[in-house]
Write a protein that binds this ligand. Structure first.
Ligand SMILES: Cc1cc2nc3c(=O)[nH]c(=O)nc-3n(C[C@H](O)[C@H](O)[C@H](O)COP(=O)(O)OP(=O)(O)OC[C@H]3O[C@@H](n4cnc5c(N)ncnc54)[C@H](O)[C@@H]3O)c2cc1C
Length: 413
């Protein structure tokens, strides 16, 4: 029989959330009195972990990272290349009538910057490098199965290695196969929309504004501020559109795409050049009913995927990582067993309300603007309150609610 490599925590998935979990469990802010042996199973090649500074092109995927997440990373010693990032100073939302319906700024957050736009590659590489500097082991393989064996969990890798661990943290993204293997029940709904992403050079400076248009055709267009490309202002687009429209946008020439974006914004933003061509991702709402199984928890997109209209998907996962480290810091009370049900119950209670609040808020906004989901699994009472597709008035009313503004600006910390 193959020998078992022992760990305290095995994290399946080397995306931003998997590495954030590893960082918070191993970094100097970890308040546990005993070091935790952590391994991250990363099926991507180590080539993917190159920091952004080694390439000129802006990564296809960029994140709006919340202040809470950034403060947590800084406390653990993560050093981002700030020249590759942009501060978000205001969030401006425009209604179907092209009038400003909502503005979130420093009055809401009591800080000059609401969030920071960071490329996926830069963020993941820096989280991984810092976590590995604290002794986290990276194993390049795919997790193919897992079983409970007494007071341990066994994790099987694609190269036939077997690992033993007190706790398995599942962070394998929205098409999670491991949560299925654990028998974790989940609700998946499709928005029957795709998020079309692309980067553009802009005619005028963005001044740190993240802008979003709720358009008359029911689509939602977001332009996020990027660092200036060769001294020219630039923005990253996420346009939530029907599947047919997504195909059409991807097939457009650069000139036609710039024109389509410029016209959709009522010329408030003029796109002059495509810097990163269009790609599309299906938009879904998914939620695990209970992210805790025997000696395992499900985190990040594997546990909860949301509509990208609030740009908060990855922040929910980063809040999972902080909550996990917080829950496991009580391990001394259960004989340093980091997979103890008491600790995992603490984690579940810490994340339940905040995750649900963000999912309900983003789903409500999507429904208001006619981007309701289609059921693919069982009914869930929290998502069935169908809101009518009403006008910009709905946004203005919601925009006056402090709790709603807080959710959009602080990522359900
Ligand atoms: C169009 C669009 C725009 C978005 N915009 C934003 C935004 O502006 N801001 C924001 O916060 N979020 C945004 N998101 C959401 C964001 O991309 C996700 O929330 C984030 O990537 C989740 O991180 P994760 O680590 O949980 O999962 P992932 O990033 O999906 O990482 C999962 C990792 O696990 C690996 N893996 C999978 N299976 C296995 C296995 N069996 N064994 C080992 N490894 C495995 C994968 O290769 C991958 O590396 C957007 C999403 C979309 C679709």
């Amino acid at each position: 029989m193959a020998s078992l490599q022992p760990f305290d925590v095995v994290i399946a998935g080397g995306g931003p959330v998997g590495w954030a979990c590893a960082l918070h469990l191993s970094g100097p802010q970890n308040t546990s009195t005993k070091p935790v042996r952590v391994a991250v199973i990363d099926r991507e090649s180590s080539e993917q972990l190159k920091p952004a500074a080694t390439t000129d092109a802006i990564a296809k995927r960029v994140y709006t990272v919340s202040r809470e997440a950034l403060a947590g990373f800084a406390a653990q010693g993560v050093q981002l290349n700030l020249a590759r990032t942009t501060e978000v100073r205001r969030i401006l939302v425009f209604g179907r009538d092209q009038r400003e319906a909502l503005c979130i700024d420093e009055h809401d957050t009591r800080a000059a910057a609401i969030a920071r736009i960071i490329e996926h590659d830069e963020l993941t590489a820096q989280l991984a490098a810092t976590a590995m500097s604290f002794g986290v082991t990276r194993i390049e393989a795919q997790c193919v199965g897992t079983e409970i064996a007494g007071d341990m969990r066994i994790v099987e890798l694609s190269d036939r290695q077997l690992l033993s661990t007190q706790l398995l943290v599942v962070a394998d993204g929205r098409a999670s196969t491991l949560s299925e293997a654990l028998g974790v029940e989940a609700i998946h709904r499709s928005y029957e929309r795709q998020g079309v992403v692309a980067h553009f050079e802009l005619h005028a400076p963005h001044r740190g504004d993240a802008r979003q248009w709720f358009l008359p055709d029911g689509s939602i267009l977001a332009l996020l501020p990027l660092p200036h490309a060769a001294c020219k202002p630039a923005a990253s687009m996420v346009w939530s559109v029907t599947n047919e429209r997504a195909d059409a946008l991807k097939a457009m020439s650069d000139t036609a795409l710039c024109e389509a974006v410029t016209n959709a914004t009522g010329r408030r933003a003029v796109a002059t050049q495509v810097l990163q061509s269009a790609a599309a991702f299906p938009l879904t709402l998914s939620r695990t009913v209970n992210p805790v199984a025997g000696r395992a928890i499900v985190t990040g997109d594997a546990a909860h995927a949301i509509h990208p209209l609030a740009g908060q998907g990855v922040n929910l996962g980063f809040a999972d990582a902080r909550a996990l480290a917080q829950a496991l810091s009580g391990a001394s009370s259960v004989g340093f067993d980091v997979g103890h049900p008491l600790l995992l119950g603490r984690y579940r209670r810490a994340r339940y309300g905040a995750t649900l609040a963000m999912q309900v808020a983003t789903d409500a906004l999507a429904r208001i603007y006619n981007q309701g989901t289609t059921d693919h699994t069982a009914q869930d009472a929290s998502f069935t309150a169908t809101l009518p597709a009403f006008s910009d008035l709905g946004m203005r009313v919601l925009g006056r609610l402090p709790a709603f503004r807080r959710i959009l600006s602080s990522a359900a910390a």
